[in-house]
Design a protein around this ligand. Sequence first.
Ligand SMILES: Cc1ncc(C[n+]2csc(CCOP(=O)(O)OP(=O)(O)O)c2C)c(N)n1
Ligand SMILES: [Mg+2]
Length: 318
Amino acid sequence: MGRGKDMKLSIPEIEIMSPGHLACQGCGATLAFRYAIKALGKKTIVAIPACCWSVIDGPFPYSSAGVPVFHTAFETAASTASGIKAALEIKGIGDVNVLAWAGDGGTMDIGIQALSGAVERGEDIIYVCYDNEAYMNTGIQRSSSTPQGAWTSTTPVIKYKKMPKKDMIEIMVAHGIPYTATANIAFPEDFIGKLEKAKTIKGPKFIQIISPCPVGWKFSSHLTIKIAKLAFETCIYPLYEVKDGIYKVRRPNKKKGINEYLKMQRRFSHLDNSEIDNMQRWIDSKWQNLIEKEARSVPAEKYESPKSTKETKTTDIV
Ligand SMILES: Cc1ncc(C[n+]2csc(CCOP(=O)(O)OP(=O)(O)O)c2C)c(N)n1
Ligand SMILES: [Mg+2]
């Protein structure tokens, strides 16, 4: 974490995902997957529930992912990934990563039961939620990850979202899993480093990556990275990890005011100054809480994932 010695300076050159995908221009979720699969490599099987990524991957028999993809029902990313892992174990294959790749709706709303079950069982899977903060694939409906104050097609301006974004990271931490982290497409080394770390950890791993959506957040497609960077710099979307109970928070050089971030997205254009001030106070207190949690955090009891009784072997997946 941080700019110190364990921060990697480059990202793998290998391109596994192919360019002929069906994403919109400036899609953050597409970059997120491109980086994820660079980190995890070809020996990866992905479970994708209904979401933008079911479309982005391409229509059968085409696929841009570059690795085997199991398209599955909206609520089943974690249970499908658990099943794929179980099948690999039965076959004695131990060197293939199983990745659940789901949107925020598929993770924090409809898929939360399957996800909670899978991590409670100690499944040895990596779960990445690419967070574009609404149900984008079906027309920008609000999810529990939509931030307070945002317009969506189901929270129109007079009734824009009043509830805060669900804190899924803390829900995962409360399950006592060995590794939980946030990530940001504007910081690919950090994201790739976290996935490389996740690969080496036995048991459930959960990463949530902010993936700005030009269509749903209402900004011009060339601003995706700038907005993602501001999400980190304003501390509205902190970059941190929790490994075996220990928090590590990456701090911006200078914490910026939320105004700059909000003003770039028309989903927030109806907010007046007093609402923005309220939001700033809320973000400041969340940030302060996180810093204090980091200072207080102590190592958790060692997590023991269920041991497979089978021997595993290596295999070639091309
Ligand atoms: C049981 C069920 N309900 C509703 C749908 C319709 N549906 C498909 S994708 C989607 C939204 C997914 O949102 P999210 O998980 O945030 O991914 P995104 O589209 O934003 O990438 C919905 C509602 C469905 N496929 N199955
Ligand atoms: Mg979404």
